[in-house]
Design a binder for this molecule. Structure first.
Ligand code: ZN
Length: 444
């Protein structure tokens, strides 16, 4: 045999052995773990030759899906911005560094004290990049102790902090306030940075403060945190033995939602009671969001959303962004990525793929799934879903196109309401209890 023929045969043998080893990996997969595309999808009516061609094409795709799921996910995250709905990094910077950015370098906190050992520190620039995060809602959070005290000031300080870290790390971050701006910033390779206010008490019962938040770039407000406001009930009031205060939204609470619609600010109904969810869905002219919640049918925590509300959310055109807090995922102290997948799958099975996103709640909680323990791990979720047979189109929706659609519709509603004047209503004084008024003057 000529030397050149020997080389050709060696190449052919090497190729065959590579193919065989790829199929061996396929066979080795544990039972119950599915791959993206299966060979038995060839229609029976195809002629043999056609079937063979299809089989060859499918088997090539299948080998790619087994070996290169991460590559497929990586390419997907290069073309669609991964938009996370809820990250409390500003709160942790307040707690660990008194909001002083000069005291640390946000680029890499993985080996820096006290960040490396703090159970609520999941975010830095290196890990955001590794996780291929394209857009992040940074949260200006104020805790319930500030209600009726200095909550507007604390919220403004958090917004200031978000602006300062966007400016300081301007090679990485850029402010975005619209869907188009998310896409534009993503196109430059930076992480689009959006602002959400968590806890309606931050607006100090004043539509003026709400409007100023919008002008400062705030694009959602979570109506409550772990306390009711004088105009909305929170989720803890759904716990056994608790009693609702307003039975949902008060009259002023409905006005808050109307003004948010007019401004083009998304109404976030994570943290609120079921009755408040119902009232918001009755009142809102725009799609609403759950920036960080789960499904109650999967884990019956009151922070999660019952199925009948999820169905109404689909009719509303809104989105639920699944949080990664163990106690919302598994109703226990520990969880893993399968618990996240279970939540996502339940929601997709119930209301379709058009109403799901991710709102990890990183830096806002101290227990996250073992294999999803910081912002670098998002791709693991999409790899798992690919294996379960999710199409790339559905993955794109989960990753970011659903949120872009919601934002665009909220912006359209703003345009439709452009002829309406700002609502000049004040909270009725009788809605405030004496203890709510301790820090108020009679200055009008
Ligand atoms: Zn929260």
């Amino acid at each position: 045999m000529a030397q050149s023929s020997v080389i050709v045969w060696m190449i052919v043998l090497a190729f065959i052995s590579a193919e065989v080893s790829a199929f061996a990996k396929l066979i080795d997969r544990p039972l119950g773990e599915k791959v993206g595309i299966t060979l038995n999808k060839i229609p029976e009516s195809l002629h043999d030759s056609e079937a063979k061609t299809v089989a060859n094409e499918l088997s090539e795709t299948q080998v790619i899906s087994v070996n290169d799921e991460l590559a497929i996910v990586s390419q997907l995250l290069d073309r669609v911005p991964l938009i996370d709905g809820h990250n409390d990094l500003p709160h942790v910077i307040r707690l660990l560094a008194e909001s002083r950015l000069a005291n640390f370098n946000l680029t890499d906190l993985s080996d820096k004290t006290p960040w490396s050992s703090d159970p609520t520190s999941h975010t830095d620039i290196v890990r955001l990049r590794k996780g291929k995060v394209g857009a992040q809602f940074w949260v200006a959070y104020t805790n319930c102790k500030t209600q009726h005290n200095d909550s507007p000031q604390k919220a403004l300080e958090q917004i200031d902090l978000i602006y300062r870290f966007i400016d300081l790390y301007s090679d990485t971050f850029q402010l975005a306030t619209t869907a188009q701006e998310i896409e534009d910033v993503f196109g430059t390779g930076k992480i689009a940075s959006l602002i959400g206010v968590e806890g309606g008490h931050a607006m100090g019962n004043s539509l003026s403060i709400l409007r100023i938040f919008y002008r400062l770039g705030v694009r959602y407000m979570t109506l409550t945190h772990s306390c009711p406001t004088p105009w909305a009930d929170n989720s803890q009031l759904d716990n056994p033995g608790q009693r609702p205060i307003h039975g949902g939204l008060s009259g002023f609470g409905e006005v808050v939602v109307q003004e948010m619609n007019r401004l083009g600010m998304m109404v976030d109904i994570s943290h609120v009671s079921v009755a408040t969810m119902e009232d918001v869905l009755n009142v809102s002219k725009a799609p609403v969001i759950f920036s960080h919640s789960g499904a109650f049918s999967v884990c019956n925590h009151t922070r999660n959303v019952p199925d009948h509300i999820l169905r109404r959310l689909a009719n509303n055109g809104g989105i639920i962004m699944v949080a990664f807090y163990n106690e919302f995922l598994s109703c226990g102290k520990s969880a893993n990525i399968k618990d996240v997948i279970r939540q996502i799958e339940h929601i997709r099975n119930l209301i379709g793929a058009d109403h799901i996103g991710l709102g990890g709640d990183f830096n806002g909680v101290d227990r996250v799934p073992t294999d999803l323990d910081d912002v670098s791990k998002y791709p693991n979720i999409f790899v798992e879903l690919l294996r379960l047979g999710w199409s790339e189109t559905d993955l794109e929706k989960l990753v970011g196109t659903n949120m872009l659609r919601v934002m665009r519709r909220v912006e359209e509603v703003k345009q439709e309401l452009a002829f309406t004047e700002p609502i000049e209503e004040w909270i009725p004084i009788e809605d405030l209890r004496p203890e709510h008024k301790l820090c108020l003057t009679d200055y009008v």
